[in-house]
Design a binder for this molecule. Structure first.
Ligand SMILES: C[S@@+](CC[C@H](N)C(=O)[O-])C[C@H]1O[C@@H](n2cnc3c(N)ncnc32)[C@H](O)[C@@H]1O
Length: 331
């Protein structure tokens, strides 16, 4: 596959870009059916431009204006994020400059996508909530969950991959976060081992990652195929059924993916909600971030129930990256 090398505003370094048409033709064909034409164009241009760069403060004692000044000193133009007071969106999106900043070297600021922060904000964690992160590694969201708990309440961070759990451990250490219970279970078993235990649960499911495809990085879609989407759809249903059983009555679960495929988003929800393991209802995802769209009402000839519009997709606007989110409450 040929890629044109083009100078792009990304610090001093050229980055490799190529037309969105270098993405798998079958993926692009599906995209035409998955999103409206305007959003398709947004997504295609997102996949060809430098990724937005945002940071989050990990230390509640820091002043965001002082951090902005330090970032300006190394060449960034930071913008505040109205719905996320601990975050800044940075231009240029050059990840190398931030390494010069003392706050970064100390682990007091952390590079994290705005959509990842939004998934945790949708959980509406309060200090004292007991929280489960079912598929937690490498741990950026776990770190924000602990920050929102203000050190009060249980936090269990689980991931099947021990290698990725090591990465999570080092992220938490960098952020000086303690008292997180690390588990390495298949999340399919959490419903049995941790039934009725949590006020808030995040299932940030393993997915085909279509929202992270980038023309400069063919490995981002190297193993993409529709068979994989079908296999993931089945795994995600098993994970969601198990995760719902870990909720206490009244507790809330966020189901999230960074993929566009309806089979991994709306279809998973429709199938699990048709026959849930505990009594649940869908709630609106309450977020003030840009790029929010209602989840799809139908796919592949199947109409979804009206409640599906309470779930949401995020399209890449104002620093947001593609995401899907649904909020489910146990009754
Ligand atoms: C989308 S990533 C999670 C990202 C993470 N929430 C974060 O913000 O850093 C999905 C994770 O699911 C884990 N995983 C895959 N299959 C799993 C399973 N059956 N049970 C538990 N974790 C699983 C993978 O190792 C991967 O770390």
């Amino acid at each position: 596959m040929k890629h044109r090398v083009k100078q792009v505003l990304n610090g001093e370094r050229p980055v490799v870009t190529s037309p969105a048409s270098d993405l798998p033709p079958e993926f692009l064909k599906r995209l035409e059916h998955i999103v409206a034409p305007d959003d398709q164009n947004l997504i295609k241009s997102f996949m060809a431009q430098p990724r937005p760069m945002s940071i989050r403060l990990t230390d509640a004692t820091l002043n965001i204006d002082e951090v902005s000044d330090a970032l300006r000193d190394v060449g960034y133009e930071p913008s505040k994020i109205p719905w996320m007071p601990e975050a800044l969106l940075l231009t240029p999106a050059d990840r190398s400059l931030v390494r010069e900043v003392d706050y970064y070297q100390r682990g007091s600021i952390f590079i994290q996508s705005l959509s990842s922060m939004a998934a945790v904000e949708a959980m509406q964690i309060q200090p004292g909530h007991d929280v489960l992160d079912c598929c937690a590694a490498p741990g950026g969201k776990t770190s924000l969950m602990r920050y929102r708990q203000k050190g009060k309440g249980i936090l269990v961070a689980n991931d099947l991959s021990r290698r990725r759990l090591q990465k999570l451990k080092s992220v938490l250490e960098q952020h000086r976060i303690t008292r997180v219970d690390l588990q390495a279970q298949a999340a399919e078993t959490l419903g049995g081992s941790h039934a009725n235990c949590f006020d808030r649960v995040l299932l940030d499911a393993p997915c085909s990652g279509e929202g992270r495809f980038h023309v400069s990085n063919p490995s981002s879609w190297a193993d993409w195929e529709t068979g994989k989407i079908r296999r993931l759809c089945k795994l995600q249903q098993r994970l969601l059924r198990s995760a719902l059983q870990t909720l206490r009555p009244g507790g809330v679960l966020i189901y999230a993916t960074c993929t566009l495929a309806p089979e991994e988003n709306e279809v998973v929800l429709a199938k699990v909600m048709a026959n849930p393991p505990v009594q649940v209802e869908l709630e609106r995802v309450e977020l003030d971030c840009p790029g929010l769209r209602a989840a799809h009402g139908s796919w592949d000839g199947q109409d979804f129930p009206d409640w599906m519009s309470l779930a949401c997709r995020i399209v890449p606007e104002q620093g947001m990256t593609p995401f899907f989110m649904a909020r489910i409450r146990r009754i």
